[in-house]
Design a protein around this ligand. Structure first.
Ligand code: HEC
Length: 154
């Protein structure tokens, strides 16, 4: 065998091998659900539920390592921080505030997820609706102490 061939065989064997690493890819029971306005629920469902609920639609490539590892990690992390399937009235205000911050900052949905899920993109209208609903106030610009007002000090 040529070196090229040997390397190719090695690669195939390694790729086959990593398929046996177990990946947590379950959907635990849905305990509760987001109960805000239906228009907001629809946006969240479309753009956020794959990582922030127990109703993840696991795509075919979630069965193929190493992609599966990255996906499982995003879902695990995402659910830990915010899980609409464990929506809790008492924590709703906190969650709304965090959602407002993430959406305003353009952090969510994760960028690499949007490459393969174009329908999950937030339109400008979606973003505005989420921000209005969340009560996002924005961060005051400048901040800090007012400038010296120019009065003489003698
Ligand atoms: C591809 C998976 C994925 C999607 C889709 C996604 N998120 Fe996330 N989200 C994560 C991960 C992973 C984290 C935790 C790590 C981080 O902050 O980057 C996170 C963190 C958050 C947090 C932060 C919570 C905290 O503890 O600060 C909020 C809020 C959030 N996401 C809201 C949303 C909203 C709203 C959407 C839909 C518009 C959304 N996410 C879509 C994966 C996702």
């Amino acid at each position: 065998m040529t070196l090229k061939r040997k390397l190719l065989v090695l690669l195939i064997v390694a790729f086959g091998g990593i398929q046996f690493v177990p990946v947590e890819r379950g959907n635990p029971a849905v305990e509760s659900d987001f109960d805000g306005p239906p228009a907001i629920a629809a946006i969240l469902r479309r753009s956020c539920y794959d990582c922030h609920s127990n109703e993840t639609a696991w795509p075919w490539y979630s069965w193929v390592a190493p992609m599966s590892w990255m996906l499982a990690e995003h879902v695990e992390d995402g659910r830990k921080r915010l899980n609409f399937s464990e929506w809790d009235e008492d924590e709703a205000w906190d969650s709304m505030e965090e959602i407002g911050e993430e959406v305003a900052a353009g952090n969510m949905p994760l960028k690499n997820y949007l490459l393969l899920h174009r329908d999950a993109r937030l339109s400008d209208a979606d973003r505005e609706a989420l921000l209005a609903w969340s009560g996002y106030q924005g961060v005051a610009e400048g901040g800090g102490e007012p400038e010296d007002d120019g009065h003489d000090h003698d």
